[in-house]
Design a protein around this ligand. Structure first.
Ligand code: 3PG
Length: 212
């Protein structure tokens, strides 16, 4: 596994963040750091993503920030230039994956079928995203997919939360889970960063308990 994948595995959870306004990036990063989870996948679903990544990585150098929902090569460049350390895509886009590999940028494309995993394996990827996890069968599908592709591990996102985290992290084919349950859009919008910090603390404790 790459150094970045190992770091993600060590952390156990990647908060998936959707920020509508880059002014929320610093308080959110503060809540994540203080809650014990200095990590985020900032999604390019909003125009604020690039600036948010820049603010988080600049003002909180301890933050390990990646870019999510990356759908174009242009977004890869903008994310990396802003400070993103890894790229996540919801699906397997060969153009994006090949571009990242050619630039030595860690990339985690979404793979939910054997054909997609095969494409990833062909390119030497060892960890892929599995999205949307709940709708595509969760842990049991991951186990079935991992059986023929022995060297591949998964990062499920989509429907992961505090209630089912143990099921996911209990599977040795899963390096970490992504999720938005502790950084919900409403909480960010309403400036409830203390609540976010509490949810982050709870999630960090959960990972520790699961991995005991
Ligand atoms: C993602 O992009 O990984 C998902 O949107 C996160 O899914 P969740 O909101 O169900 O956690």
């Amino acid at each position: 596994m790459s150094e970045v994948a190992e770091k993600i595995q060590e952390i156990g959870i990647v908060p998936v963040v959707v920020l509508n306004d880059a002014k929320d990036a610093a308080p959110l990063a503060k809540a994540l750091c203080e809650g014990g989870l200095p990590c985020a996948e900032v999604t390019f679903r909003t125009d604020a993503a690039e600036e948010s990544i820049r603010i988080m990585t600049k003002e909180f150098p301890q933050m390990f920030v990646g870019a999510g929902t990356v759908l174009t090569i242009g977004q890869v460049d903008r994310a990396v230039e802003a400070g993103a350390k890894f790229i996540v895509s919801p699906g397997f886009d060969p153009e994006i994956v090949d571009y990242c590999i050619s630039k030595d940028i860690p990339v985690f494309p979404g793979c939910i079928t054997p054909s997609e995993v095969a494409q990833a394996v062909k390119r030497g990827l060892k960890v892929v995203k599995f999205f949307p996890a709940a709708q595509f069968g969760g842990v049991s599908t991951i186990k079935a997919l991992a059986a023929p592709y022995v060297g591949v591990k998964f990062m499920p996102t989509g429907g992961v939360n505090a209630k089912n985290l143990a099921d996911y992290l209990g599977c040795d084919k899963i390096v970490a889970c992504g999720g938005s349950w502790m950084v919900k859009g409403d909480l960010v919008k309403e400036g409830k960063f203390d609540e976010i910090k509490a949810l982050v603390e709870e999630a960090v404790q959960l990972v520790a308990d699961i991995r005991k």
